[in-house]
Design a protein around this ligand. Sequence first.
Ligand code: NDP
Length: 486
Amino acid sequence: MNRPNAQPVASHFVDGAYVEDTAGAPIEVIYPATGEVIATVHEATEAVIEQALASAARAQVAWAATDPAERGRVLKRAAGMIRARNRELSVLETLDTGKPLQETLVADAASGADALEYFGGLAVDVTGTSMQFGGDWAYTIRRPLGVCVGIGAWNYPTQIACWKGAPALATGNAMIFKPSEATPLCALKVAEILVEAGLPAGLFNVVQGRGAVGGALTGDARVAKVSLTGSVPTGRKVAGAASGAMKHVTMELGGKSPILVFEDADLEDAISGAINGNFYSSGQICSNGTRVFVHEDIAEAFLTRLADRLEGVVMGDPLDEAVNYGPMTTEAQADIVMRYLQVARTEGARVVTGGTRLDREGAWIAPTVLADLTDDMTVVREEVFGPVMSVLTFRDEDEVIARANATQFGLSAGLFTRDITRAHRVVAQLMAGTCWINQYNLTPAGMPFGGSRQSGIGRENARMAMDHFTEVQTVYVGMSKVEAAF
Ligand code: NDP
């Protein structure tokens, strides 16, 4: 298959233009489907980081004073441009991540455009409140925070840049975005398009680098907020570093989410939900429902039909639109997944399907279903972040709720049942930030998304993301003489 050139114009996008500094350590961009190096970028040097911070701090002041309607128009124009260039951006996303083009054409740039359009529309609707105290009164204003830092994981590089950038920019902030070192390409395109759409220079900067670059940005006194998408251990580090200066944080972290399949569920829908919640993006999705609790009366039918449905997996060059399943994004993550599978076998898990690395170039792992599991096994407790579905069985409702909640995570949960009363009764008891009834992993821009417990703090998307990128200023207005004791 013809592969387009993935090498970006330069490594960083700062102050409205591509910027290079080859003094930074090189980062090779690997096409995960073949293991080939398809581009090289350089880690941001101190000079590039300083340029990003200084330009963001400067540009943010004027942007905050810009008519919100104009801010919104810029974001909506960018959304339109992203949609118009969807195929080109989807191909780049596939090259960056290895996710099949069939997926990226509908899920990545498209989701980024949705967020830009949604927050572009909301930009004019940042409102305060007023309170009456006799003749005196008070009112509140929502003010932007200033310079915000976004740090992304490698599974959704375009989407994460837009989900963080759009609400930040709509509310009058500047953003400096650091993509994962594994997928540095897509955020550069987002920055380029925003500027083409009319975003003034300095407001959306992209700097490349490993954790240390994220750490330098987080620690800078000019930064007011850090929004991270990443693992729980990184979240602890970043939130800890931000807390020293009382910076705002949004933490979108990992999970080990449950999907509950009751005996009256529509079996095909439940299996579709479990497939989407475990094998889409080769399982590299934070909100995946990797603990699938199936009622024991239908467990055999579920597993048999699931195995049939997995016959429909088509692997191959992810740029081929007939392919519906891709490799892991990094070799390192493929190794982690294989280690989890080894431990699962040692602890007594039965491999129903998959469980192997494919004998071909690239980081390929077959979609894997495990059964004969107990809740205390490592693969059932820990986030694997790969194509590994754990199928467990249950007998009654209270039991499965308790088991679903017996985890330190709380990102997502799903349940499948035709009993509407049970659906709402059960979902109200699940300790998870984002839940689905008879569906899984759909995340429209108008819906809050995020986790509870160790899975994070704050929410992305929906109106409440506007609150997370602003703070309230209260103004008390005295209307009468000031009384004083002396
Ligand atoms: P990591 O936690 O390893 O990295 C996340 C980002 O943080 C990367 O850009 C990384 O840089 C950077 N980073 C690492 N250390 C620091 C530091 N000390 N200071 C600042 N930044 C730092 O996550 P992965 O990239 O491996 O992504 C997988 C994880 O992300 C999974 O746990 C998954 O569940 C979670 N995730 C959560 C989502 C959500 O919305 N809740 C969505 C998607 C993924 P670098 O990679 O260059 O080292």
